[in-house]
Design a protein around this ligand. Structure first.
Ligand SMILES: Nc1ncnc2c1ncn2[C@@H]1O[C@H](COP(=O)(O)OP(=O)(O)O)[C@@H](O)[C@H]1O
Ligand SMILES: [Mg+2]
Length: 479
């Protein structure tokens, strides 16, 4: 009998007879050492394996740690000297220095490999690479060779990063768009693309862009913000969070409205996260940004026309198609045009619980923009009929703003109550009151209930969602 067979036989016997060991010990004490020794080798193997794993983990961690430290150093250097291509030849020396100064790296790391990997990461997309790798940078904007802006912590900043000339930028654009089978030249001077990590890229070149080839990159955040994040940022209060969660669960049709970069998509993502796991969700976007955690999600992405101007699939096409996909929820990234009509019709014909965003400065403005968008659909509808559609479809508008200090706030949560005569009646439920600016330029203010309980309150109650009426009472509470 091999050792393995012995062990297996013993453990089988043990399983069948749980007091096997005790019995063995009592009846045949002489066999005890035998039993122990037959188990010992197995245990030892297990130990060494986990040891090896641990060692490899440690090695990998050190590898990452060195890479991170080097990267940090490069970012520091870049404050004085922005040309990453000048820093690259010194990377190895920098690595040697770090290793010399820190015991933990010595003999435990493949320096060449770290440096090679870093150079590769750094040169992929030229001078903007370090910015793309910097987790604090959320947006990178190239306005021609001498002007590269970034957004960091919500604030726009000019960097010293420079390209050699227009051709240098063109090379980078080509590198970005080539892998997805697109090209950029005079005949197609505008292009949307995505980086391998999911970041969204737009490039527009001369003669359309007068400052030179222009790139705008919205970096993909690997961990999308959660409702708890938004509450901790002060974007909304805990009460508002509970309220909008109930609104999503009660299948209200909700529109998030705001300016570019005000956090609409982020809020839409958070709203979508409240959808129940057993619902079939269809998302429709120009560039897939939403990251839903539910198991049953179909993501659709529109497509621009090809070089001959053919083959475009619009958001409107996708909205229409989605209605034939048995959706429980339709989530539209951004409503910009004729799709508004199809969306409103869907919302009015049983597809409740839909969510969307739109670009506008206030809930009232959103309504009038929607009116204009419906007209773009080319259907001759009297204004009153359009307003009826809007008032019947949309239950709630969440207005979001990017304040001057870079923070994002939900500035209004507004109920669409219905149509009175020719006028759509809006009622604010929560609103933001700005109260001044502190010494550091941070805007101070608070989000307060207006004291009005929404008309759809009963719908929340009927859905079994327990929102205490006190949520809607004004309170003296700073956020
Ligand atoms: N509530 C928030 N607080 C702070 N930053 C936010 C918030 N919401 C979004 N952001 C950041 O603002 C940027 C733009 O957000 P996004 O949701 O894409 O805006 P929009 O869809 O309105 O253009 C992103 O970099 C995102 O990480
Ligand atoms: Mg967006």
């Amino acid at each position: 009998m091999s050792l393995l067979e012995k062990v297996q036989a013993k453990s089988q016997e043990k399983k069948e007879n749980p007091d096997f060991q005790t019995r063995v010990e009592e009846e045949k004490p002489i066999q005890k050492p035998d039993l122990i020794s037959s188990f010992r080798p197995k245990k030892k193997v297990v130990e060494t394996e986990s040891d090896r794993d641990k060692k490899q983990d440690q090695k990998f961690n050190k590898h990452l740690e060195l890479k991170n430290r080097l990267h940090k150093k490069i970012l520091e250097e870049m404050n004085e000297n922005d040309d990453v291509e000048q820093i690259i030849p010194n990377l190895d020396t920098m690595a040697i220095e770090i290793i010399k100064n820190d015991e933990m790296f010595r003999g435990a790391i493949d320096r060449k490999k770290v440096v090679e990997e870093l150079v590769h990461d750094l040169t992929g997309f030229g001078p903007i690479n370090p910015l793309l790798m910097d987790p604090e940078v959320t947006e990178v904007m190239v306005n021609g060779p001498d002007m590269v802006y970034i957004e960091r912590k919500g604030k726009l900043m000019l960097t010293g990063v420079r390209f050699r000339d227009n051709d240098h930028i063109m090379n980078v654009i080509e590198k970005i768009v080539a892998p997805i089978g697109r090209r950029v030249d005079e005949s197609s001077p505008m292009v949307d693309a995505r980086l391998p990590d999911g970041s969204r890229v737009n490039a527009i070149i001369p003669p359309l862009a007068l400052n030179g080839p222009t790139i705008t990159i919205r970096k993909f955040s690997k961990d999308p913000f959660t409702i708890d994040n938004l509450v901790s940022f002060g974007t909304l209060t805990q009460e508002m969070a509970t309220f909008i969660e109930a609104c999503v669960k009660a299948r209200l049709n909700i529109f998030v409205s705001g300016g570019t970069g005000s956090g609409k998509t982020t809020t839409l993502n958070v709203l979508s996260s409240f959808i129940f796991n057993d619902e079939r969700i269809v998302t429709i976007e120009d560039a897939a940004e939403l990251q839903l955690g539910q198991p049953h999600v179909i993501s659709l992405e529109s497509r621009p026309p090809n070089i001959e101007g053919k083959g475009a699939i619009t958001i409107r096409d996708l909205v229409r198609n989605s209605l034939r996909m048995r959706p429980d929820r339709i989530v539209i990234g951004e409503v910009r045009g004729a799709e508004a009509l199809d969306m409103l019709q869907a919302m009015n014909t049983g597809h409740d619980g839909s969510l969307a965003t739109g670009h506008s400065n206030s809930p009232r403005d959103m309504i009038s923009r929607l009116e204009t968008m419906v007209l773009l659909a080319g259907v001759e509808l009297p204004v009153k009929a359009i307003r009826e559609q809007i008032a019947g479809a949309i239950d709630l508008i969440i207005q979001q703003s990017r304040l001057k200090d870079g923070t994002r706030k939900i500035t209004k949560i507004t109920e669409v109550q219905g149509l009175e005569g020719d006028v759509i009646v809006l009622q604010d439920i929560f609103e933001y009151q700005q109260e001044g600016v502190d010494a550091e330029g941070k805007i101070m203010g608070r989000l307060v209930p207006t004291g009005v309980r929404p008309k759809f309150y009963e719908r929340l109650e009927q859905s079994g969602l327990d929102i205490p009426p006190s949520v809607f009472l004004p309170k003296e509470e700073w956020v």
